[in-house]
Design a protein around this ligand. Structure first.
Ligand SMILES: [Zn+2]
Length: 336
């Protein structure tokens, strides 16, 4: 058998190397086709004594690969429609070369949803520094040095009196100082607080703050804006209610609750049986804050609001520990 194999190999090789296009197709069928000479030999392997079977099989397969390579090489030499002289760049690579493909992080997804809702309402999305001055982060927002609200937002102070921003509200001040009303902005971004970490607190998280200033802005506009935002992220059936609250930079101030998307407002474990979830804070811009950015509170009013995308993502995707968002665990992220 091995003598047959070597003979067929030399004969086939000689024909392939000199063949024209038609001859090449003929040789391919004659040696490598389903009923070809080499294929026939491969089928007789089983008749050999066990000891000879493995080496004979190995050699026959080597011959098969070499003849296939010779056919391909001759095709390239001859050119024509079977030429392999071009590369399909759109073809996916073999599995062993493929990189795993990631996907968008759940918090980024929520941020994107929020941004789309506000873009559709004509808002501008602004971005700014994470290292802020005390003026922009606190004082301009009506939080003077000894104000107790500073304790609620304790932060990381840097040399020279700068701070890691505790909210994205400083961007409202920066923007309102440089632009004339009407103002319609949201400022999404990372903020920092000196917090002890637990399942619902983290030293860094995202915030989306919004500001609207115009000559005819009311609390009703604020309610409608928040309702559009919550429906855009938690679903069309969501309702929003406002409760009185306190923030130094708004007057009056409100807490915003949304109906629980899990139970639709009838009460469940997620909303502790109340049907409502606390989603963020808001209010009409304090006259002193308007004056701080050079606007006359007799002429202009505005509203501001702030909320956390992580909280929305936790509710939406049923996540119980906020720290999971930052932990380098691919298995967690792959669920979304
Ligand atoms: Zn519920």
């Amino acid at each position: 058998m091995s003598a047959d194999a070597e003979y067929i190999y030399k004969e086939a090789l000689a024909r392939i190397e000199k063949a024209d296009a038609e001859g090449l197709r003929g040789a391919e069928v004659e040696y490598l086709g389903r009923k070809g000479k080499l294929t026939q030999l491969l089928r007789t392997l089983g008749e050999l004594p066990a000891a000879k079977r493995a080496p004979a099989g190995k050699r026959l397969n080597e011959i098969k690969v070499e003849l296939e390579d010779a056919v391909a090489a001759r095709k390239t030499q001859l050119g024509g429609e079977d030429s392999v002289g071009w590369v399909d760049m759109t073809e996916p690579p073999p599995a062993k070369f493929r990189q795993p493909i990631g996907h968008i992080h759940p918090v980024s997804q929520v941020l994107e949803d929020i941004e789309n809702v506000f873009l559709s309402m004509g808002f501008e999305i602004i971005d700014g520094p994470e290292v802020e001055t005390d003026w922009y982060n606190f004082e301009a927002l009506n939080i003077p040095p000894q104000h107790p609200a500073r304790d609620m937002q304790d932060t990381f102070y840097l040399e020279g009196g700068q701070v890691l921003r505790t909210h994205t509200s400083p961007m409202q001040i920066r923007y309102a100082t440089d632009h004339k009303p009407p103002i319609r902005i949201i400022a999404p971004g990372k903020v920092y607080r000196s917090e002890n970490e637990d399942a619902s607190h983290s030293w860094s998280f995202h915030q989306v703050e919004g500001l609207v200033v115009d000559t005819d802005t009311t609390l009703t506009d604020l309610h409608g804006t928040l309702l559009a935002m919550m429906r855009g992220t938690l679903g069309d059936k969501t309702e929003v209610r406002l409760r009185p609250s306190f923030f130094p930079y708004t007057e009056p101030s409100v807490e915003m609750d949304a109906t629980c998307p899990r139970c639709g407002g009838s009460g469940c474990v997620v909303c502790a049986g109340t049907g409502w979830l606390e989603m963020g804070g808001a209010g009409m811009v304090h006259p002193r804050v308007l004056r701080n950015v050079g606007l006359d509170p007799e002429k202009y009013q505005g509203f501001a609001f702030g909320f956390g995308p992580e909280r929305i993502a936790m509710i939406k995707y049923d996540i119980t520990d906020v720290r999971d968002f930052w932990r380098p665990r691919i298995s967690f992220l792959e669920q979304f």
